[in-house]
Design a binder for this molecule. Structure first.
Ligand SMILES: [Zn+2]
Ligand SMILES: [Zn+2]
Length: 853
């Protein structure tokens, strides 16, 4: 029984250039729309965060994708009733501002602030739902004063220190880089620039104090991608082993021994030499009286430098020279020759190793090259004849031979007992070493946070002349002088500003010089996400109660290129803040998602390759909704996305279809709402039921995907299928066969499902249908499992594994019915005629296979 034919409106033309600015203006005028509720809110909290951008002045497609993912999630969580914090800020210090200043004679601050304004406009045009009341800009004194405050707090706790050491120097950046910022021997900002080594006195943060916890927690951080956890594990490079002292033969007892670090103390009876890094103090001591050795050491240092700069230390051609001196193995009192070798690094382990050629690949190669003795001390538990080839590396199922009191022990047991023996005899100790080094944070650049330290010229009690004096908190912020001449030469630009440099010592009031280096910009991004919870606090970095409400971040989204930069520094900073009593969480983010890159013609978009697609162009042509929806539709978010303009056009056509469909039936939906008529109880038609089933299946799929799989590409595909199904029933809808209430439910819910992906169109259609309020605050639809269930299912039927036909029967039919229907099918009957049925296999809901002979 059909309803009477209804009023159908002339469908409107989809014009995002009209719809989108209209909604943007409305949203911009309402600062509460995307604002988080206070931490006293009764709603469950959800902190949704994308990594903050560097304000280059232009969003690129990688940004659009990153922020479209986070924006969809934030909107979904609002619709699920959460109190959502979805803020945005600017990682605003850094070198490009200085380079631009050089080129255009614009002060870095002015350039940066203008870029921020341009990018904020782009974000608004894209319809990103950010809480701008929590905006953080790291180059402003109101923010960077807290970098200085943290620096002083860390100094008090011994976590900040100054040291002369070999540091990485980028000639292009004209500054020092942290180890994490050197990638394959090259600068992280300049992939063609080899990093040099320089001896400089620099400030360091003692991240190694947290190496153990940084490593250990990775095991339980299930919400982080395994690849990121693995990269961090490798970077931290934890290894358990033993420190063993070899005394130098003939040296006075007062002289320091050679301490070697080994993970295989069980093989120490097979040590046939000790090898020192060229820079090891004992190597240098030998060289002092041996000019030939001194020259050889110099040459090895040059080789190391070259290898470091080519980015592959492991590939160094191994060279060594005997020093003519001998060391005593404390386990068997044997003398072994002391060598200096170019592949031993002063800054790894202790800068000295014992060489056991029989059981180490690298030692084996070296011993063969220089004809050093090779002595087997480990064999398989189960004797083999002949013994396995050398080097023999298997630790499991092996035992010691020719190893004194430890002969016959398994390797694992021997490692434990021999380390304990060394400790008891005071010539060694069990230990753990890390590859991770302290974080060098001094930068010889202008556009960064000034380091809040001065050097007291004449000295005072406890501080020698020129010694370091921390500023008191009351002296913060130390403001960057605004107008300075930027050049890339001659050291820190701040050093050329006398008004900045010359100051007085806060302790003795005598003359003092300020530190002229600035902080690594990764300091800024190490804690910015805490500031979002309390962005305008002028008496503390943030209020602990607020941070404790919002943290940990529920979902963090960004590029995998930060796996061992930002993501390790910010974990360190979190632990320091916890130990300062400021926060309760141990880790900053419960879940991390790393999205794939946006590529074009097979390569990452870049100016130099000329394959950049500008978001502005796409928006002008297809609208913001189509652009961001395409960024989610074209590939699963964790994979690389090959940008194709045809695809954006396709999404735009789809949105146009939705617009047409909805505006056509909008009057009917409005009329239905107005009359509260009994029409909604009109009997349901077969078409209507089928459409509702499709609708609820779509709701179920999208809801599931938002809970973690994030296959937004298939979510959007499912919405497209739903729209196809609705359009296919256009006639039934127009004629009244599908009740108005069903049409209303279909189109209302379709709009809600679109809201996280195409917010402008969703808002427009919501209003068009006569609904009130922000569509992003309407409760997310709930899938009705009963409605979603298929009433009929299709089951393929095979004979001897070959597909013969597909039968249709009511969902939930029992196996006997399925079997009977399959055997009764004409095609099947023709195939099995005259044969004997051996078995009929029914895989419920999936398949029937009939085995005949
Ligand atoms: Zn560089
Ligand atoms: Zn002083």
């Amino acid at each position: 029984m059909a309803e009477p034919a209804r009023t159908i409106a002339e469908p409107q033309r989809y014009n995002p250039a009209e719809i989108e600015p209209k909604w943007q203006a409305r949203w911009d005028a309402d600062p509460t729309l995307y604002a988080a509720e206070p931490h006293t809110s009764h709603r469950p909290k959800f902190y949704c965060l994308e990594m903050l951008p560097y304000p280059s002045g232009q969003l690129h497609m990688g940004h659009v994708r990153n922020y479209a993912i986070g924006d969809a999630l934030a909107r979904f969580m609002w619709m699920r009733g959460h109190n959502v914090l979805h803020p945005m800020g600017w990682d605003a210090f850094g070198l490009p501002a200085e380079n631009a200043a050089l080129k255009n004679h614009t002060p870095p601050a002015q350039w940066t602030i203008a870029n921020i304004a341009a990018m904020r406009r782009q974000f608004l045009r894209l319809g990103m739902a950010f809480d701008w009341s929590a905006e953080v800009t790291t180059c402003l004194p109101e923010y960077y004063r807290w970098n200085q405050w943290f620096f002083l707090k860390m100094f008090e706790r011994g976590l900040t220190y100054r040291k002369k050491s070999k540091v990485n120097w980028c000639p292009e950046c004209q500054t020092v880089l942290a180890n994490e910022q050197v990638i394959d021997g090259r600068c992280w900002r300049h992939e063609d620039t080899l990093v040099e080594q320089r001896d400089l006195t620099q400030w360091f943060l003692r991240i190694t104090d947290y190496a153990d916890e940084l490593h250990r927690n990775l095991d339980t951080m299930d919400g982080w991608p395994e690849k990121v956890r693995t990269m961090q594990r490798n970077w931290i490079g934890r290894s358990e082993g033993t420190l063993v002292d070899f005394t130098v033969q003939g040296a006075p007892e007062s002289e320091a021994p050679i301490t070697v670090f080994t993970t295989r103390v069980d093989t120490i009876f097979g040590a046939t030499s000790v090898q020192l890094a060229p820079e090891h103090p004992i190597a240098k001591a030998f060289a002092a009286t041996n000019p030939t050795l001194a020259a050889q050491i110099d040459e090895m240092l040059t080789q190391q430098k070259a290898a470091r700069e080519s980015g592959d230390l492991a590939a160094i051609e191994k060279h060594g020279v005997p020093t003519g001196n001998f060391a005593i193995n404390p386990y068997n009192h044997e003398s072994v020759p002391i060598w200096v070798a170019n592949y031993i690094l002063a800054d790894y382990g202790t800068g000295a190793i014992m060489s056991v050629p029989a059981h180490d690949e690298r030692d084996f190669e070296f011993a063969n090259k220089y004809a050093l003795p090779i002595r087997r001390v480990i064999v398989p538990v189960t004797a083999t004849n002949p013994l396995p080839d050398l080097p023999y590396l298997d630790e499991d199922a092996s035992i010691l031979i020719d190893s004194g009191a430890w002969t016959g022990e398994t390797c694992a047991e021997a490692q434990r007992k021999m380390a304990a023996f060394a400790a008891a005899e005071r010539f060694g100790t069990p230990t753990v070493t890390y590859r991770l080094k302290d974080w060098g944070v001094s930068r010889q650049r202008y556009w960064g946070t000034p380091i809040p330290m001065v050097y007291c010229e004449q000295g005072h009690s406890g501080v020698e002349p020129g010694g370091v004096v921390p500023l008191p908190e009351s002296a913060l912020p130390v403001i960057l002088p605004p107008q300075i001449e930027i050049t890339q030469q001659g050291g820190s630009p701040l050093g050329r500003v006398p008004e900045f440099v010359n100051t007085t010592c806060p302790v003795c009031n005598g003359p003092a010089r300020r530190e002229t280096d600035t902080m690594d910009t990764f300091v800024d991004s190490s804690w910015y996400f805490y500031r979002y919870t309390d962005a305008h606090n002028s008496t503390a970095p943030f209020d602990s109660a607020r941070a404790n409400y919002w943290f940990p971040i529920d979902q963090y989204i960004g590029g995998v290129e930060h796996a061992i930069l930002h993501l390790i520094y910010s974990r360190f900073w979190t632990k320091v803040m916890r130990d300062l009593g400021m926060i309760a969480n141990d880790e900053p983010a419960a879940r991390l998602f790393t999205q794939g890159m946006v590529i074009k013609d097979g390569a990452k978009m870049s100016k130099s390759k000329g394959n950049v697609v500008s978001p502005d162009d796409m928006i002008a042509r297809y609208g913001a909704d189509a652009t961001r929806m395409y960024a989610l539709f074209a590939a699963p978010p964790d994979r690389d996305l090959e940008w194709q303009e045809d695809g954006v056009a396709g999404v735009s056509r789809f949105l146009s279809r939705v617009h047409r469909l909805t505006t056509k039936f909008a009057p009917a939906i409005r009329a239905l709402k107005a009359q509260h008529s009994h029409a909604q109880f009109a009997p349901q038609s077969i078409e209507g039921l089928a459409l509702l089933r499709k609708l609820h299946q779509t709701i179920a799929k999208i809801t599931l995907d938002f809970s973690g799989r994030w296959h937004f590409n298939t979510c959007i595909a499912a919405i497209m299928e739903l729209v196809n199904a609705i359009v296919a029933n256009d006639a039934a809808m127009e004629s009244g066969e599908v009740p108005a209430a069903t049409i209303a439910e279909l189109l209302r819910t379709l709009t809600l499902l679109l809201a996280p992906f195409a917010p402008f169109l969703a808002a427009e259609l919501w209003e068009e249908m006569g609904y009130e309020g922000a569509v992003f605050r309407v409760p997310w639809p709930i899938a009705d499992a009963e409605l979603a269930r298929e009433s009929e299912i299709e089951i393929p039927v095979q004979v001897n594994g070959k597909l013969v036909t597909v039968i249709t029967l009511p969902a939930g039919s029992d196996d006997e019915t399925v079997k009977a229907d399959a055997l009764a099918d004409e095609k099947v009957d023709a195939r099995i005629a005259g044969k004997t049925i051996v078995r009929v296999i029914v895989v419920p809901g999936k398949l029937v296979n009939i085995v005949v002979k």
